[in-house]
Write a protein that binds this ligand. Structure first.
Ligand code: ADP
Ligand code: ZN
Length: 218
């Protein structure tokens, strides 16, 4: 039986990980696991996990590892070896990367590839400020000139679009700071293992998708 791809999409908030993950999921038929979507789902349901996560998310800080790691690993380990997965938002610090590796070695194979999407800080700030997300399917959207969120609907499923609480200016600044300090060191972890590919993310969605596919040798 063929083995499914094990991919990590890596990059700062606003790099386009969610958009690229959805394209790859559709073309490669692998499971997309987004830690942020998982937390937002719990938040929407008002679960205890959701309430705990909310205080950190709204400030742009990482949800503590004790809350995060077990629940994400659970999800990852529930995917069959044939199917494979794309991780988006996890691992977000070196400890999470180590725990992921330990859990996957139980499944005898680590991550195949980590694709790092690089985007400059001014571009990130511009994108996050104008980002709207579908309430139903989480697909991210950029509002065009003269469009407003109230009348525009999700182009994937027709759902309602809204601006995330953590896309406000203060939280955005904090998220980028947290990325630089806590998340960037994960790159060294995967570089040592020879699975890291850097690609420029300032291009169009289609161009980035093409480069991700090339990095995967697909
Ligand atoms: P983005 O990548 O655009 O910042 P996400 O949707 O991936 O947004 O994450 C939103 C928030 O969810 C983060 O700012 C953080 O508070 C929390 N979060 C997501 N993934 C993790 C993780 N692996 N560890 C800790 N917190 C996380
Ligand atoms: Zn939608």
């Amino acid at each position: 039986m063929a083995q499914g791809l094990r991919l990590v999409l890596f990059g700062p908030p606003g790099a386009g990980k969610g958009t690229q993950a959805q394209l790859l999921r559709d073309s490669l038929k692998v499971t997309h696991i987004s830690s942020g979507d998982l937390f937002r789902h719990h938040l929407g349901q008002g679960t205890e996990l959701g309430l705990r996560a909310k205080e950190y998310m709204n400030k742009g800080e990482l949800v503590p590892d004790e809350v995060t790691i077990d629940i994400i690993l659970d999800k990852i380990l529930s995917v069959s070896d044939e199917e494979g997965f794309i991780l988006d938002g996890f691992p977000r610090n070196p400890h999470q990367a180590e725990e992921l590796e330990k859990a996957l070695n139980g499944k005898s194979r680590n991550i195949d590839k980590v694709v790092h999407i690089e985007v400059s800080e001014p571009e990130l700030l511009r994108r996050l400020g104008g980002r709207y997300v579908c309430r139903a399917c989480q697909a991210p959207h950029a509002l065009g000139e003269g469009e407003d969120a109230a009348s525009k609907k999700c182009d994937q499923c027709g759902g309602e679009l809204y601006q995330r609480d953590d896309d406000g200016p203060e939280a955005v600044k904090k998220r980028i700071e947290v990325y630089n300090q806590e998340t960037m060191p994960v790159l060294g972890f995967y570089r040592e293992r020879g699975v890291l590919a850097d690609i420029p993310g300032d291009n169009t969605v289609g161009q980035v998708n093409k480069q991700v596919m090339e990095a995967l040798g697909a």
